[in-house]
Design a binder for this molecule. Sequence first.
Ligand code: NAD
Length: 260
Amino acid sequence: MSSVEPGRDPGGVTGLGVARSLLAEAGSVVVLTGAGISTDSGIPDFRGPNGVWTKNPEAEKVATLASYLADTDLRRRAWRSRLNSPAWAARPNAAHIALAALAASGKLHTLVTQNIDGLHQAAGTDPSLIVEIHGTMHQVMCMTCDHRSPMEATLDRVRAGEEDPPCHRCGGILKSATISFGQDLVAGDLRRATRAASECDLLLAIGSSLAVFPAASLVPIAHHHGAAIVIVNAEETEFDPMAHAVVRVPIGEAIPAMMS
Ligand code: NAD
């Protein structure tokens, strides 16, 4: 634990300096990442100023399980937009790469990501250290029989003319293997993330509005167990007053600078 008092360091370059010291002191770090770490890779976030939902509130429906299951037209639109997702061409940026270096240093307890884009693995972070708490867009799942298969094969079916391809095994509705609103998280993933938050001595939350629960609750859980909290995000979050350092420097600069 650090001697820095929560709430004393409201951001900017000072926040970065404190965050760097906390990281240097820490022996066991849990990182929680959100969509903001991947905007420099060309994938828009949801709630930032250029976010998908900020620009088009209708898009939220696609991410809501009940709407997706009930509405064939919405599923057809969802498959078409999956074909054109910027995430397929995205490459890890400096922040993903700096976190892979943190993992290689042995300090990373667990990297819990709300992201579904696979960029932490692409950057070289050991997959066994990663919990994809909201699933992955690189697989599809059947909502009836739970069978999982690679996304790319299903996208080939969409390209070949199937507008809403059904499960090959049971005819059920297919969806990307991501956690939609109204869908339960995978219990084992949530248990693992919660345990990690309660065991670390520093929790570093990067690029998340910390508005999606239960993922965001990892911050108060870590705080409750005595960990230092660092939040790196362009906008305010509900948990800023709990943090020992709040860093407003853009993530692509802040994370490599914190590791140096
Ligand atoms: P969010 O969209 O709610 O918040 C992202 C935050 O990051 C915003 O506050 C924004 O201001 C900040 N931000 C964006 N770029 C930044 C930068 N370069 N530097 C500093 N701050 C920056 O994202 P969330 O909290 O992760 O919640 C959205 C949900 O949507 C998550 O569950 C996630 O699964 C999903 N999602 C994932 C992806 C992805 O996989 N890349 C993309 C969009 C949404």
